[in-house]
Design a protein around this ligand. Structure first.
Ligand SMILES: [Fe+2]
Ligand SMILES: [Fe+2]
Length: 331
């Protein structure tokens, strides 16, 4: 049987369990937080006072912080790219009747994710610290440019990607929240922390999908994981550009910024890999084909190799400037 057919069969075999995953890892719409829970209520007479407070608190945060928050927001706002990509994955069939659990999952996951860009965008708008028009242009570019995460339509590779990426976003939102708290910006800290909580639930779900697939097709899964790590897990916003710029040019500058601030670093990448290796018990996989064994051994040695590289990595300390944020605060 071809690899594609095996994947499809495994996806169909697991499909009845997806409802249970949704109950376990997602929160019903009526119970989950909404952006308005954290933002000034525009129907209230206190609205302007609350906005004033947001603007005052925002003054305490520096240039790189705003750049990072803008890029995090734009990454969330490019959600149409992620939903359309996932809907196209083998076995996630939105056409064959509405009852396919996988496509229900993708829709419900998207619906939860949609609140992240929504709340952050509104906060940025009210903060008075960023050039919203430039932010909006970048968002439009990013959605229009799409992405290429090297997963093709392969469910195994896509679930490795999402397992990895949800944890990466959990880490970065959590750290941004912590920095906001240190500067006494309680509202922003709360928002980022609650978003980080969503990302963690999503991470736990996707890593469970992979674990379940591992139970059915360990050989195929471990090879897909190794393939993804060989080509490196790229960030979803790797095509980021500013107005007038060419595709991808703003991404490197932003990621230097995030690295410099300590919001997401090369060491975090290694730590995520270690966690995935351990949860999926890669080191314990036995009875694999020769290629499967090679993939397992590659994955087990990789963290140490990447750690050595991370130690040697140098990041430019020069201040990068972006059109999104005017240098009106401390650099
Ligand atoms: Fe998100
Ligand atoms: Fe996410």
């Amino acid at each position: 049987m071809s690899i594609k057919n095996v994947r499809l069969e495994v996806m169909q075999a697991i499909e009845p369990q997806v409802k249970g995953f949704m109950d376990e890892f997602l929160i019903p719409t009526e119970k989950i937080w909404q952006p308005t829970d954290f933002l000034p209520d525009s129907q209230s007479d206190n609205f302007f006072d609350e906005v004033e407070q947001i603007r005052e608190e925002a003054k305490e945060l520096g240039y790189d912080f705003w750049v990072t928050l803008v890029a995090d927001t734009i990454t969330e706002e490019a959600l149409p790219t992620y939903e359309s990509w996932l809907m196209d994955v083998e076995g996630i069939d939105q056409h064959n009747g509405k009852e396919n659990g996988w496509s229900k999952w993708v829709r419900a996951w998207t619906a939860e994710e949609n609140r992240h860009g929504d709340v952050l965008n509104k906060y940025l708008y009210l903060s008075g610290r960023v050039n919203m028009r430039e932010v909006e242009i970048t968002t439009q570019h990013l959605i229009s440019d799409g992405f290429d995460i090297g997963t093709d339509r392969d469910p195994y590779k896509n679930f490795v990607y999402t397992s990895f990426q949800e944890l990466a976003t959990n880490i970065s939102h959590k750290r941004v929240g912590k920095m906001a708290r240190q500067k006494s910006n309680g509202l922003l800290a709360k928002m980022c922390t609650i978003i980080a909580g969503d990302e963690m639930r999503h991470h736990l779900a996707y890593r469970e999908f992979v674990k379940t697939i591992m139970g059915q097709d360990p050989d195929g899964m471990v090879q897909a994981f190794a393939d993804m790590m060989k080509r490196k897990i790229v960030m979803p916003a790797h095509f980021l550009r500013e107005s007038g710029g060419s595709i991808g040019t703003a991404f490197e500058h932003f990621s230097n910024c995030a690295q410099k601030l300590g919001v997401y670093t090369a060491q975090d990448y290694v730590d995520i890999l270690k966690k995935l290796n351990s949860y999926w018990e890669i080191g314990n996989l036995r009875s694999l084909t020769e290629q499967g064994e090679k993939a397992r051994d590659y994955l087990m040695k990789l963290p140490e190799r990447l750690e050595r590289i991370a130690e040697r990595m140098k990041f430019p300390q020069t201040q990068q400037t972006f059109k999104w944020v005017e240098a009106n605060g401390s650099l």
